[in-house]
Design a protein around this ligand. Structure first.
Ligand code: AHM
Ligand code: MG
Length: 332
């Protein structure tokens, strides 16, 4: 039997499973793939073309914007616009929502939330960075301008989510709620090819990923969990292995494949945690759940949180189910 190989073949096959599908959603995913290739091209030339370093401005979070942050943001926004299937978007790099308010885009069904360039602090030092995206169906009627309610949907309403990791190779991982698949960019043909079909995260693992430099500011439960990870107990394969890259996408990708737990708790400095709910936690949570993992803010399932504003932050704990459950014993 013929098996889908490239991302576009795979998308088309998935679409054919829905007899009423119009192809709009497939086109949107296809254009996200194009934007990813454009960003990948720039990332590969970092150091050769003028793309490294700070751009001189700061984003909505008050963080210095890097040139690549701006390039990735412009590229994804532009691709979402030209594809015509996205009526509005939210980007980490923009304070306001991006609304393509014209007759074509008002007829589009989808809202995209994204972190165009995740792991900005790693850009200049050749460490893996990524892009994260999340797709919702709009709630307001087709043909009308979008409303605030279209954006503030729970993570469980996502119709698709994914990330691209620009690493030792470039890999696009996504879900439409029927499992998780990963595609590696083959530079020789310029196509993402199915390399990680039906990803399942191991039920348990030995990697914990947290910025331990913030230790004294962590909640007590997290401190105790870290001590638990460091104890010697061969029966539970402890001490565990500490791995932290500082790019959410890269830390999650490794843990997803190998088994592990990613933690970004609230701290004195970030009273709600650092990571943004709508374009960091929600898409990763959807992927992890689809791969058999768990994602929580320590009190509730990430995907059940109703956002109040678009740049909202949340504590974030996600990974192998047995590891998350163990952590929750310490938190509660
Ligand atoms: P960014 O989207 O501006 O790059 O910030 C988010 C990043 C995540 O990728 C990563 O998990 C975290 O911030 C690292 O934060 P810290 O340096 O506090 O450990
Ligand atoms: Mg980020």
């Amino acid at each position: 039997m013929y098996t889908a190989n490239t991302l576009n073949q795979f998308i088309t096959e998935q679409q054919s499973a829905y007899p009423g599908a119009t192809g709009d959603f497939s086109r949107l995913l296809h254009h996200i793939g194009i934007a990813a290739k454009k960003v990948n091209r720039k990332v590969n030339k970092a150091g050769l073309v003028d793309i490294l370093g700070q751009a001189g401005g700061s984003n909505v979070q008050g963080e210095n914007q890097q040139k690549l942050d701006i390039y990735a943001d412009d590229t994804f926004v532009n691709e979402l616009c030209v594809c015509g299937e996205c009526c509005a978007a939210v980007s980490e790099e923009k304070q306001e929502t991006i609304i393509f308010n014209d007759p074509i885009h008002n007829n589009a069904k989808y809202i995209v939330c994204m972190d165009p360039l995740d792991g900005s602090s790693n850009i200049d030092v050749n460490v893996s960075i990524g892009t994260i995206f999340s797709i919702y169906r709009r709630l307001s009627p087709i043909g009308t301008p979008v409303t605030e309610a279209d954006f503030l949907q729970k993570g469980s309403d996502q119709v698709a989510a994914g990330y691209i990791i620009y690493g030792s190779s470039t890999v696009l991982v996504y879900t439409v709620g029927q499992g998780v698949n990963g595609f590696t960019l083959d530079p020789s043909i310029g196509e993402f090819c199915l390399s990680h079909p039906a990803i399942k995260t191991p039920k348990n693992g030995i990697i914990y990923s947290i910025n331990e430099g913030n230790y004294i500011k962590f909640p007590d439960g997290v401190k105790k969990y870290i001590k638990y990870c460091q104890e010697n107990d061969p029966a539970t394969r402890r001490p565990f292995v500490s791995r932290y890259i500082g790019s959410l996408v890269a830390d999650v990708h490794r843990n997803l494949l190998k088994g592990g737990l990613f933690l970004y708790p609230e701290t004195e400095f970030y009273s709600q945690g650092k990571l943004r709910l709508m374009y960091e936690c929600n898409p990763i949570a959807f992927l992890l759940e689809q791969a058999g993992g768990i994602a929580t803010d320590g009190k509730q399932r990430i995907l059940d949180i109703v956002p109040e504003y678009i740049h909202q932050r949340s504590p974030f704990y996600t990974g192998s189910p047995d590891m998350v459950r163990k952590l929750l014993e310490f938190l509660n």
